[in-house]
Design a protein around this ligand. Structure first.
Ligand SMILES: [Zn+2]
Ligand SMILES: [Zn+2]
Length: 279
C-alpha cells in the first residue's frame, strides 16, 4: 500500500487567482486526512475527488489564519451533507477547541436556519476536537499519526504530523524554520512536505511587514538541507511565497537540488505524489 499526498492549496496569505491557501490531502489505504484548511480548501477537495463527508479527520498544524480560514466551510459542508451523526474529528494544537467553538458561534445563525428547514440534521454539528501536544500518537485504523513540535516562533504552539501506513511515512511540517524536532519529524520519511518561502524574492517586495516572514519560515534551501539531513526520499514544497512566476518552477527546484539529491516536487494546486514502501 502507499500514501498519496495531494497539494490542495499551494498559496500563502498573499491572494492569488490560481493558488488556494495552504492545505494538503493525505490518503492512506484507510484514512483520508486533511491537513490545514486554507482559502478555497473545499473547492480543491472537490477537485481531488473528495467531499468533506469523506474525511477521516482534519489536522491543523497551527492557528495562523491562512491555515484555518476555511475551516468553517469544511465544517458546514460536512454537516449539511452528512446523512449519519458521524462526528468530524478536528485535531490540532492547544487552542484548537477555542477556534472551533468560535467558528460554531460565527455560524450559529446559519446552523439555526438550516436546522429549521431540515430537522434531520444533527444539531449542533458534531465535532470531535482533540488538542494534541508533541509526543502524542493517534491511530486511525492502520494509520498512525505522531505529533512533533516545530519552530514557527513567535507563533506557538505549532506542530507537525508524521503519518505512517504500511511502512510508508509522510511528514507534514507546516510552517517552521529548521530545528532538531523537525529533523526527527521527517527522519527517513518517504514524503516530506514543507511550506517554504524564497527570501531572495521576498526581499524585492517593498513591504517591511512581509520581510518579517523570513524569520519564521523555511526557505527552499533550508527545506532541502533538512531533507538531506533527515535522509528523506522525496521533498514536496508548498505554500510558495511569493507564488512562482510562470515557467520559473525549475528555478525553485534547482535551489533545492543544490542541497538535496532526492526528488523535489513543486507544482500547481492538485499536484499529487505517491510513495510506497522502499524496496
Ligand atoms: Zn504560519
Ligand atoms: Zn502559513
Amino acid at each position: 500500500m502507499s500514501i498519496e499526498v495531494t497539494l490542495l492549496g499551494t498559496g500563502s496569505p498573499l491572494p492569488s487567482p490560481d493558488r488556494a491557501g495552504p492545505s494538503t490531502l493525505v490518503r492512506t489505504g484507510d484514512a483520508t486526512l486533511l491537513v490545514d484548511c486554507g482559502r478555497g480548501v473545499v473547492m480543491r477537495l472537490a477537485g481531488a475527488g473528495v467531499l468533506p463527508i469523506g474525511l477521516s479527520a482534519v489536522l491543523l498544524t497551527h492557528l495562523h489564519s491562512d491555515h484555518i480560514t476555511d475551516l468553517n466551510d469544511v465544517i458546514t459542508t460536512q454537516w449539511v451533507m452528512s446523512t449519519a451523526p458521524t462526528p468530524l474529528p478536528v485535531i490540532g494544537p492547544p487552542g484548537t477547541g477555542e477556534v472551533v467553538d468560535a467558528v460554531l458561534a460565527m455560524l450559529s445563525r446559519d446552523l439555526g436556519y438550516r436546522h429549521a428547514h431540515h430537522d434531520d440534521l444533527q444539531y449542533p454539528p458534531s465535532l470531535e476536537v482533540t488538542e494534541v501536544r508533541p509526543g502524542d500518537e493517534l491511530t486511525l485504523a492502520a494509520t498512525t499519526i505522531s505529533v512533533h513540535r516545530t519552530d514557527h516562533r513567535p507563533v506557538e504552539p505549532t506542530v507537525g504530523y508524521r503519518i505512517e501506513h504500511d511502512e510508508t511515512v509522510a511528514a507534514l511540517a507546516g510552517d517552521s524554520v529548521p530545528c532538531p524536532e523537525l529533523d526527527v519529524l521527517c527522519a527517513g520519511a518517504d514524503l516530506y512536505v514543507q511550506t517554504v518561502i524564497r527570501d531572495d524574492l521576498v526581499a524585492l517586495i517593498p513591504s517591511e511587514r512581509l520581510h518579517d516572514i523570513c524569520d519564521y519560515h523555511s526557505t527552499v534551501e533550508q527545506a532541502a538541507q533538512t531533507a538531506a539531513r533527515a535522509r528523506v526520499r522525496t521533498l514536496v514544497l508548498t505554500h510558495y511565497v511569493p507564488a512562482p512566476a510562470p515557467g520559473t518552477e525549475d528555478e525553485w527546484r534547482a535551489l533545492a537540488a543544490a542541497h538535496f539529491d532526492g526528488e523535489v516536487v513543486i507544482g500547481p494546486d492538485l499536484t499529487s505524489v505517491m510513495a510506497g514502501p522502499r524496496p
